[in-house]
Design a protein around this ligand. Structure first.
Ligand SMILES: [Zn+2]
Ligand SMILES: [Zn+2]
Length: 126
């Protein structure tokens, strides 16, 4: 016959609803900003780094140099092919796959990226 129990139950439901809004972060991934210019090994374009650039804006290929974005900790150094596009939180990302080890990663599209080249990737997926 306790009315109190009912109230507690409702509060728990409300709590669940609010916590659902915040995704749990593991806190281990940290983006390290590094500005560097590079020459694309795929199409030989000179790419001016802005600290976020990790792929060539012309052909969209990148190099497997990071384990976590920006850390340059990978020993692979294989070329990563743009294999597709995916949309997350209203933003498009390019999916890259390393031709050497098969490692896959999604990268944010940069404002300088060749839009036609990006479109081609989304079409070629079928
Ligand atoms: Zn290129
Ligand atoms: Zn690789």
């Amino acid at each position: 016959m306790s009315e109190n129990k009912k109230v507690v139950k409702n509060n728990q439901v409300n709590l669940l609803k609010t916590t659902k809004m915040f995704p749990v972060s593991n806190g281990t991934r940290k983006f390290q900003k590094k500005v560097e210019d590079f020459t694309c090994e795929k199409c030989n374009s000179f790419v001016k780094g802005n600290g976020y650039t990790n792929h060539c804006p012309k052909c969209l290929w990148c190099k497997h140099v990071d384990i976590n974005p920006g850390d340059r900790a990978s020993e692979c150094k294989g070329m990563m092919m743009p294999i597709g596009l995916e949309q997350k939180n209203g933003e498009f990302r390019i999916k890259h796959k390393c031709q050497k080890c098969g490692f896959e990663r999604v990268n944010k599209i940069q404002k300088d990226d060749d839009k036609e080249e990006i479109l081609k990737r989304s079409v070629s997926k079928n």
